[in-house]
Design a protein around this ligand. Structure first.
Ligand SMILES: Nc1nc2c(ncn2[C@@H]2O[C@H](COP(=O)(O)OP(=O)(O)OP(=O)(O)O)[C@@H](O)[C@H]2O)c(=O)[nH]1
Ligand SMILES: [Mg+2]
Length: 87
């Protein structure tokens, strides 16, 4: 059985990856002052209320990717949202 999933979704460069790392207590996701650094989903289990939840970091919502990955990033965001909604 998969863990309950929480997706971190938001505009580019607002601190989504920083939030994931903070909740995880270690550097899992890349944090950078440049918008558009996260492209793929990154997830990790995080202890919460005596159990675990899977926290998912995603790319920036609405980013125009310089390497033509805009559609890929949007698909990854939608995948994470679907995972969270069905968990
Ligand atoms: N002042 C301030 N800066 C922050 C905070 N959280 C993150 N930052 C900075 O904001 C910048 C972007 O942080 P990220 O965590 O990479 O943001 P992101 O939303 O994952 O960015 P993308 O993946 O590019 O969409 C970095 O320079 C962080 O150090 C915060 O709470 N306060
Ligand atoms: Mg990021």
């Amino acid at each position: 059985m998969s863990l309950p999933t929480v997706a971190i979704v938001g505009r580019p460069n607002v601190g989504k990856s920083s939030l994931l790392n903070c909740l995880a207590g270690k550097r899992i996701a890349i944090v950078d002052p440049t918008a558009g650094v996260t492209r793929d989903r990154v997830s990790t289990p995080v202890p919460l209320a005596g159990g675990y939840v899977e926290i998912v970091d995603t790319g920036g919502f609405g980013i125009e990717d310089v390497d033509n990955l805009t559609d890929h990033i949007a698909a990854q965001i939608n995948f994470a949202l679907a995972e969270a909604a069905s968990s």
